[in-house]
Structure formats: structure tokens, C-alpha cells
Design a protein around this ligand. Structure first.
Ligand code: AR6
Length: 231
């Protein structure tokens, strides 16, 4: 309960303190005049132990590549805590590259409660999935499957049985799911990133040449999946 209220507090603070000129108050309230938003976690950088410097370079590079295709849509990188290293790295690198803060920004909060606790309406959210597309396992995967209820598991099975590293699958979320009714989420995109953790399947054993290629492919698939929904 304490963690929940802390997260909620953080999310509200982010809204209140947000210096980012790109996040208009109507975006935060989820006004319909704003374009669709994809909220995504940093793929592979927690349980899968991918290097944060390398991951942040890839996130910024891939975001930059998609900028021209977004139209009025936006991308938001989300993490749970204000002290998130990946969020600070990405913020700094995106600013260096002059990435339009109206189209890409970072947000502190639980990706399953962005609207109810953070006031940010994101119709599409990404999941850092496992290859079996199974619920549980911890991290953002467990949080999203728990919040969405059994509807997400059923809907996921209709789209795919498994994922190869570097790929993504778009899953339309039934309106009966609490994540749809409470948070306004219409689609979940499962993404499988590279794994550097020897205790998880398909570990790359420190091969960052392969790892970076797979993470690049993962973000390309994620952003293409999002664009296929909104275009
Ligand atoms: N809201 C926002 N961000 C979150 C949340 C949340 N509720 N929970 C975690 N994060 P991880 P991976 C952030 O470990 O490294 C799973 O067990 C977290 O701080 O979820 O790709 C799967 O089943 C980090 O920045 O994913 C796979 O087996 C980011 O989400 C494996 O872990 C990703 O952390 C995937 O590992």
C-alpha cells in the first residue's frame, strides 16, 4: 500500500512539477485534441540486465528515426521512480539531439496507472515481455498482465504463441479489461528484447554486438506496431 501511494505521489509530482514545455496540460488530462500516445518501458534494462548507456543510445536513436512518421502521435518513456537512471540518460541524450519535447518525453509512474494516477492518457502501452508471452515473471510484464486481467492473456494468444528476440506483437485489448475501462488503453504491444541475464532463456553471454542489434530491432518493431495502429 505504501509503495502504491508513493508511486501515486511521484506520478502526481511529475505532473505538477513537469518543466517539459512539450507536455501541455491538455496532454496530461488526456484531451481528445491531443494525438494518441504510446507509453513504453525501457526494454531489457532491468531483469534482462542490458547496459543502460547502450540502451539509452538506442532508445534515442530509434525515437529520432520515428519522429517524422508520428504525425500528431507522441512517444513517452516511462519508469517507476524519479531516480531512474535510464530516464535521466535518455532525457539528457534526447535534449542533446534536440528531439522535439512535444513529441517525445519521459514520465515517472506505473505504466498501468498512467491515467488514473498520473493524469496522462496513453491509448497504447508497451510491455517488456518474455518469449512465451506468459503473465507473471515480475517487472512490467507481471504488472501489465495483472492490471489487464485474464482478457489480455486470451487476446494475446489470438495474436501469437511466442516471440523471437527483437520482435513485437500488437494486441487489441478488449473493452472489458480494467486497463481499458479505467486507463483508456486500447492496445498492448508486447516486445521481446535481448537478454543478458544468464538465469533467463536465450542469454547472449555478454555479446553486445548481437544485443544492440536485437534491441534496435525491438524498438523498430515497437514503433512500427504503434504507427500501424494510429495511422
Ligand atoms: N511501470 C513502469 N515501468 C516499470 C514497471 C511499471 N509497473 N515495472 C517495471 N518497470 P523489466 P526486462 C520498468 O525487468 O529487463 C519479466 O519478468 C523497469 O524499471 O520489466 O525487459 C519478463 O517476463 C525497467 O526500466 O523488463 C521477462 O522475462 C523496465 O520497466 C523479463 O522480465 C523493464 O524492466 C524482461 O526483462
Amino acid at each position: 500500500k505504501e509503495t502504491a501511494s508513493l508511486l501515486s505521489h511521484n506520478a502526481r509530482e511529475e505532473v505538477k512539477d513537469c518543466q517539459d514545455p512539450g507536455v501541455s496540460s491538455s496532454t496530461r488530462k488526456g484531451s481528445s485534441s491531443d494525438g494518441p500516445i504510446l507509453a513504453f518501458p525501457s526494454i531489457s534494462t532491468a531483469d534482462f540486465q542490458f547496459d543502460h548507456e547502450k540502451a539509452s543510445d538506442i532508445i534515442v536513436e530509434k525515437v529520432e528515426e520515428s519522429m517524422d512518421k508520428l504525425g500528431n502521435a507522441k512517444l513517452v518513456l516511462v519508469d517507476l521512480t524519479r531516480g531512474s537512471k535510464i530516464l535521466s540518460l535518455v532525457r539528457a541524450k534526447a535534449a542533446q539531439k534536440n528531439i522535439n519535447p512535444k513529441k517525445f518525453f519521459t514520465f515517472v509512474g506505473d505504466i498501468t496507472k498512467l491515467y488514473s494516477e498520473g493524469g496522462l492518457r496513453c491509448t497504447v502501452i508497451a510491455n517488456a515481455a518474455n518469449w512465451r508471452l506468459k503473465p507473471g515473471g515480475g517487472g512490467v510484464n507481471a504488472a501489465i498482465f495483472n492490471a489487464a486481467g485474464p482478457d489480455l492473456e486470451v487476446a494475446t494468444k489470438e495474436q501469437a504463441k511466442s516471440l523471437v528476440p527483437g520482435s513485437a506483437v500488437v494486441v487489441p485489448l478488449p473493452s472489458t479489461s480494467p486497463l481499458s475501462s479505467k486507463e483508456g488503453v486500447t492496445h498492448v504491444i508486447h516486445v521481446l528484447g535481448p537478454n543478458m541475464n544468464p538465469h533467463r532463456p536465450n542469454c547472449l553471454g555478454g555479446d553486445y554486438v548481437k544485443g544492440c542489434q536485437i534491441l534496435q530491432k525491438a524498438y523498430t518493431s515497437l514503433f512500427e506496431g504503434f504507427l500501424s495502429i494510429v495511422s
